[in-house]
Design a protein around this ligand. Structure first.
Ligand SMILES: [Zn+2]
Length: 477
């Protein structure tokens, strides 16, 4: 990308631009004129949209809103000359409950994929102040992508007029906070907005705003080109793999949310072949949890505490998290934790415990193998992968162990513990086929550096008997 000339208020040229937004329509209602300007200059523009906008209460529609909004987005993007649209399935209205590292991982992946030279976002205050807008911009800034980040912003004067005319709050900027004034033609934007039929037919606010904005768009640098260049130099050696963050940075996370909510996995629940079996398993675990106010002990695994205690916190996944004894400990230590379990009942307990401690973590009801495949497909990996006392049948156990190892990012660690086959009759499942052998864990460690592969006296989540099989391994950086 050529350096952007700010002195005369024009936007320089980036041959590939990635726009990151929260809702289908943000790219048109908000960024539309700027995107059309860029495609008019010959840039390849891609749009990453985190949610399907299923929570919208605007306008009228018939039929499933998700699908409608998805096809509206495609049509609007075509009007703007946008070449590629990636519509993800994070929860509309609850983006701030999704771990930042997951969202920024999506940005990294697509930015690398399209070779973005510029990332375009909403003002970090979110323009309307919608928390999803704020989160989408946070995610773009947290991504380990060394490109300039430019934000669409609204002049304070226009925000004030909208407030007095319509009684709506917009978060505007003073003239000295904005760096680029772009002269735009709004024709393509108007056409794109009209494609969002479910959102625009009864939406006087957007039309009035455009009227007040006239043929000007104001933009502000959240990361200037020269800052991006410095970042690229200082971080280059840290990043070992294309599209993988050097580390997650929970320190960048906003303060803990009142109630971390479940969000759906990135694919439909019924999209995998063993959906029926998963539902049975989930129901069985829900029953087990419901039968007791607390099924498992609440202290974290002592060996995990010993081994992971000294690590610098990053992004972690806890597979088969249950009521969250390990997840909660990790979150207290500052890890950006994603907890996955088949049981909604268990995760509800986990969320409530997290929220009472003011901890922020993501909790997903899902099949472990399916979730791991989804991480793999989306190039999402973790600085720490934990799987404690998960005992599926042998074939699935082997697949799981291969998948957990793949989910470890370079320099990251894997902790697996389960009942050893020697425990048969003493601890764990009564079916010997479901117990861990030494070979199982050795195979899981292929490609990793084994730090500990051993048996320990059984100290599982319930019993203190029998023998546990334990693996602690690291992926070379
Ligand atoms: Zn929006």
């Amino acid at each position: 990308m050529k350096d952007t000339d700010q002195s005369d208020g024009t936007l320089g040229f980036a041959s590939s631009v990635l726009a990151v937004c929260a809702h289908p329509d943000d790219e048109s209602f908000g960024l539309g004129a700027t995107l059309a300007h860029l495609t008019g200059l010959g840039a390849d523009v891609a749009v990453l949209c985190f949610t399907h906008g299923e929570a919208s209460t605007l306008g009228k529609w018939s039929g499933p809103l998700r699908e409608i909004r998805s096809s509206e987005l495609a049509a609007a993007a075509a009007e703007l000359g946008v070449g590629r649209v990636e519509l993800l399935d994070y929860p509309d209205g609850a983006l701030s409950t999704v771990p930042l590292a997951l969202l920024s991982g999506e940005v990294e992946r697509l930015a690398c994929d399209v070779g973005a030279g510029l990332v375009l976002v909403f003002d970090e205050a979110g323009i309307t102040g919608h928390p999803d807008h704020v989160r989408a911009t946070e995610a773009a800034l947290a991504a380990s992508v060394d490109v300039p980040v430019l934000a669409w912003s609204l002049p304070q004067q226009i925000a004030a007029m909208l407030a007095s005319e319509l009684g709506l709050t917009f978060l505007g900027r003073q003239p000295d906070e904005m760096h680029i004034a772009l002269q735009v033609d709004r024709e393509a934007q108007r056409r794109a907005i009209s494609r969002h039929t479910s959102q625009c037919t009864d939406n006087p606010v957007v039309w009035r705003r455009l009227e007040l904005q006239g043929d000007k768009e104001f933009l502000r640098w959240l990361r200037r080109p020269e800052q991006a260049a410095i970042r690229a130099e200082s971080e280059a050696p840290e990043r070992a793999r294309h599209g993988t963050p050097a580390h997650a940075s929970p320190a960048d996370d906003p303060p803990a949310h009142a109630s971390p909510a479940e969000y759906p996995p990135a694919h439909g629940a019924g999209s995998h072949g063993h959906g029926g079996r998963f539902r049975e398993l989930a129901a069985e675990w829900d029953r087990r949890y419901e039968a007791s106010p607390q099924l498992f002990r609440s202290e974290p695994d002592a060996t995990l505490v010993e081994l992971a205690g000294p690590l610098v916190p990053g992004r972690a996944v806890d597979l088969g998290a249950g009521e969250g004894r390990n997840s909660l400990w990790l979150a207290r230590r500052g890890w950006d934790v994603l907890s996955v379990d088949a049981s909604e009942v268990a995760l509800r307990r986990l969320r409530s415990a997290a929220s009472s401690e003011g901890l922020s973590l993501g909790a997903v009801v899902g099949d472990l193998l399916t979730e791991l495949e989804s991480f793999d497909a989306r190039h999402v990996s973790f600085g720490l992968v934990v799987m404690a006392f998960v005992h599926p049948p042998p074939q699935e156990r082997r697949e799981l162990l291969t998948a957990v190892a793949r989910a470890v990012s370079p320099g990251g660690h894997l902790f697996v513990v389960g009942h050893h086959i020697d425990s048969i009759g003493l601890a764990g499942p009564q079916d010997a086929m479901r117990l861990y052998t030494d070979d199982d864990l050795a195979r899981a460690a292929l490609g990793l550096e084994v730090l500990r592969l051993e048996r320990r006296r059984g100290v599982s989540d319930v019993e203190e008997t029998g023998t546990d099989a334990l693996l602690w391994a690291r992926r070379p950086a």
